[in-house]
Design a protein around this ligand. Structure first.
Ligand SMILES: Cc1cc2nc3c(=O)[nH]c(=O)nc-3n(C[C@H](O)[C@H](O)[C@H](O)COP(=O)(O)OP(=O)(O)OC[C@H]3O[C@@H](n4cnc5c(N)ncnc54)[C@H](O)[C@@H]3O)c2cc1C
Length: 633
């Protein structure tokens, strides 16, 4: 590893790398981009995309998978033993599960995003370990980038292998590279023949310990740009160093993978040299949609468990579901589950339409669904009481049904961290939400642009845009009897339209007040993101309920009830976020955090047993700090 690559990257460099990797253009419309600008483009999500006519091959595969899960998969045993039995992996391969996203002409199943989402929901309702095996392979491993960016030769070479069951993995993370790829140190050096020599070590590579193929992200030492390569396990120099173990997902085949002078033929470069991060970002636009689907299925399972238990369990003379505190939770869980499903199906359908830009919708779906899913599992543990904390094996050993709430909670938690942590998703969404404003007004705050250029070139552009845009964010049709087709839900749609204009104004006011400093005001920006996300979930739920009304389906009235309760919940939460934008304790809390970090409140930590492991961590943190300080001298 070149010495200079070990130096910590500055915040500005990290930002520049992220900026370069962004898709800078918006070629297709986006509901959320417009919403953040105060344009409530209901036409982009309504009518709710109907499920496409069911293909018989898909139904057959779905039923086969369901039968397999019920009859052949013991998820508690997989969790207990920390291993997916080879016969299960073999059966999945025989069914074609590793080729769900591989086009039919290469021997795959060629499922649409929505069909793939349905299979992932089914799997998630039972077994988190199988979900990560298949989704790390399919959503971020080789199939998705190959489909989007592979050359015909690459597709011909790898798709048939994948369809036949070759497992793949995605290797980006390194010990110093989590959320911040600018620090990447795995290197790809060009050989005189134009091939590449790969050197470095990847951390937490899911499927890495069993994968046949990897997508590896590496940096070119000369240009410092990042590229993506398809690497085969059997090539000399590829080594599985260690398998990692986690709080949940006990059977995840995740490990540290070392690449030592691995010769990668130039034909295995994906997309183009230096475009690896862009490839990863675009891949994740659809790749990220597995987690929302998974969260929706978790929500349904939680609801089922709580419904049955709250009817059965009698305390203080009546079923616990009749006690108001638990009843409130149950209503919220049902309403949220309806929204989780609507968000998933809307985002997946948009991906299948190919005429929308879904980068914001996919990011919001990932963030929102995983966080709401976590809330649901937390409530499920609470409603199950002590049994929620007890393992399924222990419950069974005592003669009670082995409901695996404890395992579900452990398995679910990682969803808020990988494939873009909640914080990184919010940063990404905030950047995209501000894009139009930055394009129009960004350079006005740029110290590198001269004062005369600002007045001569930028001011007219600024005035030209905002003179029309800003006043129109104050006026709308939201109080008039519009959206009447939504019947009892019309008031909520009118609210969403009004709130989107309110949000756009609030974002503009923040920009005007803080200028470039806004970037650092994460708590403030994140409230704006959360309002946008809640409005998206609310709009998705309302649009779906309306579609069910319009179709006069048997559950239309039920859907209206749930969408109504859900919208009421969101409206209260959104109002709270708006209040937080107007008045908050962010600066005071930041100051206190600084003092905590500097050790001013060490007295609060008195009375603990000393732990040598934490001492080691503190030492290495100080070593890194020193290294950083030296690097900035
Ligand atoms: C079970 C598991 C499976 C995984 N599978 C894969 C895989 O297949 N391939 C792969 O490449 N990686 C994988 N990862 C890595 C995963 O993607 C990272 O854990 C994730 O990106 C977060 O990085 P980190 O853990 O280093 O956290 P850090 O980046 O160190 O972040 C720590 C905390 O700080 C927050 N934070 C970081 N930067 C900012 C910021 N600028 N502003 C505000 N908050 C910030 C984060 O959100 C987080 O809360 C896996 C990890 C696990 C645990």
């Amino acid at each position: 590893m070149a010495e200079d690559q070990k130096k910590p990257i500055s915040a500005a460099e990290a930002r520049q790398v992220a900026e370069e990797a962004r898709e800078s253009e918006w070629k297709s419309p986006s509901f959320l981009k417009e919403l953040f600008l105060g344009n409530f483009r209901l036409d982009l999500i309504h009518p709710f995309p109907a499920a496409p006519p069911e293909r018989p091959e898909f139904r057959a595969f779905y039923e086969k998978m369901k039968d397999f899960l019920v009859k052949e998969v013991d998820s508690d045993a997989i969790d207990r033993e920390g291993k997916i039995p080879p016969r299960i992996v073999k059966r999945l391969a025989e069914m074609g599960a590793f080729g769900m996203k591989v086009p039919k002409e290469y021997g795959g199943l060629g499922l649409t995003q929505r069909e793939y989402g349905e299979i992932m929901k089914l799997l998630s309702s039972q077994d988190g370990n199988l979900v990560v095996l298949l989704s790390a392979h399919q959503s971020i491993g080789v199939p998705q980038p190959l489909k989007l960016f592979g050359t015909p030769e690459q597709k011909k070479k790898y798709f048939p292998r994948i369809a036949a069951g070759a497992i793949s993995a995605f290797a980006l993370t390194e010990p110093h590279v989590g959320s911040d790829p600018a620090n990447l140190s795995t290197s790809a050096t060009r050989t005189p023949e134009g091939d590449y020599l790969l050197n470095g070590e990847k951390l937490w590579c899911t499927n890495g310990t069993v994968a046949d193929l990897f997508v590896v992200m590496a940096k070119h030492p000369d240009t410092k740009k990042i590229s993506a390569f398809i690497v085969e396990k059997d090539w000399p120099g590829v080594e599985v160093v260690i398998r990692c173990h986690f709080m949940g997902l006990k059977a995840i085949e995740n490990g540290v993978i070392r690449f030592k002078n691995v010769r990668v033929p130039k034909e295995n470069l994906l997309l183009a040299e230096g475009r690896g991060l862009k490839l990863a970002l675009v891949t994740l636009n659809t790749g990220r949609l597995t987690l929302p689907a998974s969260s929706a299925a978790f929500g349904k399972r939680c609801l089922e468990i709580c419904r049955i238990w709250s009817n059965e369990r009698i305390q203080w003379g009546q079923p616990i579901g009749r006690h108001d505190a638990i009843a409130q939770l149950i209503a919220e869980m049902a309403a949220t589950t309806f929204a989780l499903d609507a968000v998933t199906d809307l985002a997946s359908s948009m991906a299948d339409m190919h005429d929308r830009d879904i980068r914001l919708e996919a990011a919001v779906a990932k963030m929102w669904n995983s966080e709401e899913g976590w809330r649901l599992i937390d409530r499920t543990v609470q409603i199950r009481g002590g049994r929620g904390y007890e393992t399924a094996d222990s419950l069974r050993a005592r003669g009670e049904p082995g409901i695996p709430v404890e395992r579900m909670m452990r398995d679910f938690r990682i969803n808020l961290i990988f494939e873009g942590s909640s914080e990184i998703m919010r940063l990404f969404i905030a950047r995209e939400a501000l894009d139009r404003h930055l394009a129009v007004a960004g350079d006005l705050f740029n110290p590198k642009v001269s004062r005369s250029d600002k007045i001569r070139k930028l001011l007219p552009k600024f005035v030209g845009f905002y003179a029309k845009w800003y006043p129109t964010r104050w006026v709308g049709w939201s109080h008039s009897p519009r959206y009447a087709e939504f019947g009892p839900l019309a008031g909520h749609i009118r609210y969403a339209e009004r709130a989107s204009r309110h949000l756009a104004r609030a974002i503009f006011h923040m920009m005007a007040r803080y200028g470039p400093k806004l970037e650092k005001k994460q708590a403030l920006l994140f409230r704006a993101v959360d309002i946008g996300a809640d409005l998206f979930a609310m709009s998705a739920a309302l649009s779906r309920a309306q579609a069910m009304r319009a179709a006069h389906g048997p559950h239309a009235a039920d859907a209206v009830e749930l969408a109504d309760v859900f919208s009421r919940m969101m409206r209260r939460r959104i109002a709270q976020h708006f209040r937080g934008i107007r008045s908050n304790d962010d600066v005071r809390k930041y100051r206190t955090a600084r003092r905590v970090l500097e050790g001013s409140h060490l007295w609060l930590e008195d009375g603990l047993t000393p732990t040598s492991e934490l001492e080691k961590l503190a030492v290495s943190a100080y070593a890194q700090k020193e290294e950083k300080e030296l690097a900035t001298i």
